[in-house]
Ligand binder design. Structure first.
Ligand code: ZN
Length: 874
């Protein structure tokens, strides 16, 4: 699964995963939830009493009631001990009948259904060599689960009806499922455990205008007499029940191939032409991963589908991946960023997660760390090491941010709730740990170990030791120390690196000290490379840090130009590095990794002489071959601009118009807007940017162009608003929030109807700001929208944004009232004006009261634990 990050929500995603700097990022408030301090219980794997061999599930739907009518025929056998009883997970269902199928006979079986479990008494005791088949007729009622416990089930109800009555003209009607972690049992009775595995048939009857998608192959599609059609999907390779899926909607399908296998992309009609543009690298990825791992993509086809109002980022359902609507990108968005990381993540899961599955959620990193590392591997292969390391560094930072709040072992048998396993530890930290393991073992041993791990455990569930044993089997080396410190213990090294050179002895010393709390997280053993540069030639030394303070000495001929510790820049750590500016400058020009150059730019920072070697380095970094380093260099230009504003104006103007990467052009525009705020000589640069193909550049251009030339800027904005392209919504809502007036309310009406779920967060924030620019009538009209989202939006952070907007307007009302009241008191105000002001005071008072009342009831009715805690704190 790929999650939407809670702390940083990308407009597209997310999270499932790593928020990337290349995407537009919406800052969300940091919410730390403290859990009660009772010790969590050991979370064992779910005991195996029966083995579910095959599930044949026939379903049809009642859109109006949002219910599924199902018939599930399940083939099972006792796992080890003989028994005449069977327990199945079935959440929020009506169970109509349970029967035993035997010799074409159906015999009713006694059963009891309570606590989301069907307890069935079989006709006799079965042993582990017997198989038997039960048939269950049921109705799945996901909305009942939600009304029973909205906190637990609003995003875990398993089965989702989108726009079920077709009342929303801006949203397609869809049905889709989400099984992970244990929600497949919300739509069919099963053994809902990651250590279970079954083959399956899903038989879907639906109105003929819809397309269906499920796991495996469609083996028949038959039109019925009543306008419906029955599609029969069959997956003949066993997979865990949480990977079972359905998606139903009006899609256009783009057909593709990998070797002889069907690969296809289910597109919403508006994006039908974008299938190959968005997903087109999938076959090349499948080929690359198959070769790299030495295990061919094992499943029967590969489909990818976008659904509306998705509850996660994406999900690796076997051979049928679901994505949220952030994947619906047009050509112009692709200029700024793509979501190929999510594509590689989900595909890599088809080996790690689907073919070999974590046996319990405590072992989730065996799914998610690998999928996250799959992103790195694809970037490295397709786009080069600089990009891979750039994104890898974003992963590291995501984990480091999370480590300020919690430090847990990657493999966690004592987690509070399985949902808490889906964090920056299991994803980003785990991905970085695998990168270190690869660096330590070497590519040959590492990828051979993965092949052995996959081959030895295919179609099985695994725990972390299976991975270690595979690595040991291949390399012949005991790796307990690595797995213990990185997978089974918590924390990470915090190292201090200092240098001294003895000219008389010609000895260079490097001292590495581990500063982390070693009582809590113990010392780390760190095999690293140190490159010593003498006369511009690097010599590599492979050393191992074992002690709390350790010296490494190197015999040299003269003082080295640079001593580069962790020369591969692969170490998962925080560090203080006592390099001099000269050494960082040398590092920028001579050590080639992304992080070598990034660290140099960051450490030179904003404090330099523009004529010195440090200032020259920053200027040189403006033309770094890698775009993100150019972007970082722009962020460090303040000093340069202060000293030589004319030269930098020219350079930035050039970059703002000519840089090949749109995000760099946008950064240059932002810097120009900041430092040359009222300089009309560059107005044309902003004006030209308002017609740039890149949305990010257009946004920067339009914002500052409107600042310089209010009337012309708003004219351009209004022209775009008239085009009713939903991709303009985030741009225009920002422009109007700064410069708009009452006349732009129509745009916000349109925006609220058309913004995607995730976009609403920033839209609401902009709207709150915009309303404070409007007269009181417009504000009164806007309250309804804010109240509706604050109460009823299904995403908690959107509800929060609406509450914040309400609070902002209240503050505005209080402020306006004070201003008016002092006007009324003033002797300079005419009596007519006083009368008018009094009427306004009255309206603002009413507005304030209305907001107060609304906030009170919103907060009282909120059920989300994070928000409840925030509101209680005030
Ligand atoms: Zn994942």
């Amino acid at each position: 699964m790929r999650l939407i990050s809670i702390l940083l929500l990308t407009i597209l995603i997310i999270s499932c995963g790593a928020p990337k700097e290349t995407v537009r990022i919406v800052e969300l408030p940091e919410v730390n939830v403290e859990f009660e301090q009772s010790a969590p219980e050991y979370k064992a794997s779910i005991p195996r009493k029966h083995d579910l061999i095959h599930s044949k599930v026939a379903v049809s739907f009642d859109w109006e009631k949002q219910e599924l009518k199902g018939l599930a025929d399940l083939q099972l056998r006792p796992y080890f001990h003989s028994t005449n009883q069977l327990y199945l997970n079935a959440k929020g269902m009506d169970i109509h009948k349970v029967q035993l199928l035997s010799n074409n006979m159906r015999n009713d079986l006694p059963y009891n259904y309570s606590n989301d479990t069907i307890w069935i008494i079989l006709d006799k005791k079965y042993s582990r060599v017997d198989t038997f088949e039960v048939s269950i007729k049921y109705t799945a009622k996901p909305e009942d689960l939600v009304s029973r416990n909205p906190q637990a089930f609003s995003s875990a109800k398993g089965l989702f009806f989108i726009n079920p009555n077709g009342l929303d003209k801006n949203k397609p009607r869809q049905i889709w499922t989400q099984g992970e972690t244990q929600s497949s049992s919300c739509w069919f009775p099963t053994i809902d455990a990651p250590n279970e595995r079954m083959t399956q048939e899903i038989i879907i009857t639906i109105e003929d205008n819809f397309k269906t998608l499920s796991n495996g192959k469609m083996i028949s599609s038959i039109k019925n007499n009543d306008g419906t059609r029955t599609d029969h999907w069959k997956q003949s390779l066993p997979a865990a029940p949480y990977l079972t899926m359905m998606a139903i909607g009006e899609y256009e399908i783009t057909f593709d191939k990998w070797r002889d296998l069907d690969v296809n992309y289910y597109m919403e009609p508006d994006y039908g032409h974008m299938g190959k543009r968005i997903y087109g690298n999938t076959p090349e990825m499948m080929e690359y991963f198959s070769k790299l791992l030495g295990v061919d993509y094992p499943w029967e086809k590969y489909s990818q589908v976008v659904v509306r109002d998705y509850v996660s980022g994406a999900m690796e359902n076997t051979s049928a991946v679901i994505y949220g609507e952030f994947m619906n990108q047009d050509e112009r968005e692709l200029l700024d960023y793509d979501n190929e990381d999510v594509i590689s993540h989900e595909l890599f899961h088809h080996w790690f997660g689907d073919l070999v599955t974590c046996e319990s959620w405590a072992n989730l990193p065996l799914n998610e760390s690998f999928a996250t590392y799959g992103e790195y591997l694809w970037n490295e292969k397709k786009y080069g090491k600089l990009k891979a390391d750039h994104y890898g560094h974003n992963d590291l930072q995501a984990y480091i941010r999370e480590s300020k709040v919690k430090k847990e072992p990657l493999i966690r048998y004592y987690h509070d709730h399985q949902d808490h396993m889906f964090d920056a530890h299991s994803y980003q930290k785990g991905g970085r740990v695998l990168h270190m393991l690869r660096n330590y073992m070497g590519d040959d041993a590492f990828f051979n170990s993965l092949r052995v791990y996959l081959e030895d455990n295919k179609y099985e569930s695994v725990e972390i030791h299976n991975l270690r044993l595979a690595c040991e089997k291949v390399s012949g080396e005991d790796l307990n120390w690595f797995f213990n410190q990185w997978f089974l213990n918590s924390g990470h090294p915090f190292i201090d690196i200092s240098y001294s050179y003895d000219d008389s002895l010609k000895i260079q010393t490097v001292t590495i000290e581990q500063l982390q709390d070693i009582e809590e997280h113990s010392l780390f053993m760190l095999p690293i490379a140190i490159d010593v540069y003498e006369s511009d030639v690097p010599t590599r030394y492979n050393v191992t840090v074992r002690k709390q303070i350790q010296d490494f000495q190197f015999k040299v001929k003269s003082k080295p130009n640079l001593v580069n510790v962790d020369a591969d820049k692969m170490l998962l750590c925080e560090k203080i590095d006592h390099k001099t500016s000269e050494e960082y400058i040398y590092q920028y020009y001579n050590a080639g990794n992304y992080l070598d150059r990034r660290e140099a730019i960051a450490n030179i920072g904003r404090d330099y002489e523009i004529d010195g070697s440090d200032g020259r380095m920053i200027k040189r970094a403006l033309s770094d071959p890698y775009w993100h380093l150019r972007l970082l260099a722009i962020r460090n230009l303040d000093e340069y601009i202060k000293e030589d504003p004319q030269e930098m104006k020219e350079i930035l103007s050039y970059m703002a118009t000519r840089d090949s990467k749109s995000l760099v052009r946008a950064e240059a525009l932002e810097m120009l807007a900041k430092h040359y705020k009222n300089d009309m000589s560059i107005e044309h640069i902003f004006k030209n940017a308002t017609v740039d193909s890149s949305y990010t550049v257009l946004e920067q251009g339009l914002l500052h162009f409107t600042y310089l030339n209010n009337e012309a800027g708003l004219r351009t904005a209004n022209k775009y608003a008239a085009e009713e392209n939903p991709k303009y919504i985030p741009i225009l809502s920002k422009v109007y929030s700064y410069y708009g007036d009452d006349s732009h309310h129509l745009f916000f009406d349109y925006a609220f109807r058309n913004a995607s779920g995730n976009e609403k967060y920033s839209l609401l924030r902009d709207y709150g700001l915009y309303l404070t620019r409007c007269n009181v009538e417009t504000i009164e009209n806007g309250l309804a929208q804010l109240k509706m989202d604050a109460i009823a939006n299904h995403q908690w952070y959107v509800r929060l944004a609406a509450v914040e907007a309400l609070a902002e307007i209240k503050e505005h009302a209080v402020h306006e009232k004070k201003k008016l009241e002092s006007e009324i008191k003033s002797s300079a105000t005419s009596s007519i004006m006083k009368k008018d002001a009094e009427i306004k005071v009255d309206r603002f008072t009413k507005l304030e009261l209305a907001i107060d009342e609304a906030l009170k009831s919103i907060m009282k009715n909120e059920r989300h634990s994070k928000l409840v805690e925030m509101y209680n704190k005030g």
